[in-house]
Design a protein around this ligand. Structure first.
Ligand code: PEP
Ligand code: MN
Length: 335
């Protein structure tokens, strides 16, 4: 249920509502929004009686929420969630692009790629210091040393940093460097990590699991927001199907489907969807056309020798071309 307060509700009236909810053994969660003061109620096993809340002073509406996810739903917050990083806004009209290698390999590699993607117009640098790899024998990332390299990239280029936290053990040091903490596809249903991300001081980019439904993705986001962190970006990165012409199948229909029911911004990762660089630009065009508010793209200056995901990484020149197209597409009607 969502309790919407009158415009002129006093602090005391809001406090009374919060105390009433807590007194019933339920959890009140303030829902941020510029238009109104609203308090979500979570933790109830069955439907609640709206009259209990409507009788309190300052309460305008008590709206039952029909979806299993509550705080991330549009029923609770009709307007889009926007996240601001300096002058960059994720969730607004601009297309925000996060680009960089799959893995942080060295300062030279990162700085060369970061300068190239920045010059082409990317706003974020991506790169994993902790890598979730299918094989335990594959490169696992540079760990703390990788984070130090990312900090240097930010300092030298001014790019914002998005990097993955794969476990509880290291999320705290990832948070120190990341402007956005990525939770990867394989961890989308790591519920204890999601709860920890919900306590993070940093925004979270939550990638869709490779066999997760939209409802499961939104329930995973709900884990994060129910712990108090409302700054979430969703990312469609392809799901596993019978198709073998690409690594995964990019589910572009997920974008309008998510936007219809959730206020959270959603971006597309064409690189992990495709698994091969020749599909990355065409899929990016499609992503923007269906209303994605950003792209997460792997770029490498020497993909042949990349320590992970070389075959899907764009060459810097291809990334430049992609960004030129992004600028044109961003002006057209979308979504
Ligand atoms: C990544 O972005 O580097 C990554 C591992 O992606 P995913 O979790 O989508 O496979
Ligand atoms: Mn990768």
């Amino acid at each position: 249920m969502l309790i919407v307060m009158e415009k002129d509700a006093t602090e005391g009236q809001i406090d009374k509502v919060i105390k009433t909810i807590a007194g019933m053994g339920l959890t009140p969660v303030p829902v941020p929004g510029s238009q109104r003061t609203a308090i979500g109620i979570v933790g109830n096993a069955g439907p609640l009686d709206p009259e209990k809340f409507l009788s309190l002073d300052g309460v305008k509406e008590a709206i039952p929420v029909s979806k299993p996810y509550k705080l991330v739903s549009r029923e609770v917050k009709p307007e889009n969630t926007c996240l601001q990083f300096g002058d960059v806004i994720i969730g607004g009209d601009e297309i925000v692009v996060m680009a960089g290698p799959c893995a942080v390999e060295s300062p030279e590699q990162c700085l060369a790629i970061a300068r190239a993607v920045k010059k082409a117009g990317a706003q974020f640098f991506r790169g994993g210091a902790f890598k979730p790899r299918t094989s335990p024998y594959s490169f696992q990332g540079l760990g703390k040393e990788g984070l130090d390299i990312l900090a240097r990239v930010r300092e030298e280029t001014g790019l914002f940093i998005v990097t993955e936290a794969i476990d509880h053990e290291n999320i705290a040091i990832v948070e120190e460097v990341a402007d956005i903490v990525q939770i990867g596809a394989r961890n989308m249903q790591n519920f204890s990590l999601l709860k920890r991300a919900g306590k993070s001081p940093k925004p979270i980019m939550l990638k869709r699991g490779m066999s997760a439904t939209i409802e499961e993705l939104l329930m995973a986001a709900e884990y994060i927001t129910s712990q108090g962190n409302h700054r979430i970006i969703l990312c469609e990165r392809g799901v596993r199907t019978f198709a073998d012409h690409s690594r995964n199948t990019l589910d572009l229909s997920a974008i309008p489907a998510v936007k219809a029911v959730s206020h959270l911004p959603i971006i597309v990762d064409p690189s992990h969807a495709a698994g091969r660089r020749d599909q990355v630009i065409p899929l990016s065009r499609g992503a923007i056309a269906v209303g994605a508010v950003g792209l997460l793209v792997e770029v490498h200056n020497d993909p042949t020798n990349a320590l992970s995901d070389g075959p899907q990484s764009l060459y810097p020149e291809q990334f430049e071309q992609l960004m030129e197209e992004v600028r044109v597409l961003a002006k057209l009607p979308r979504g």
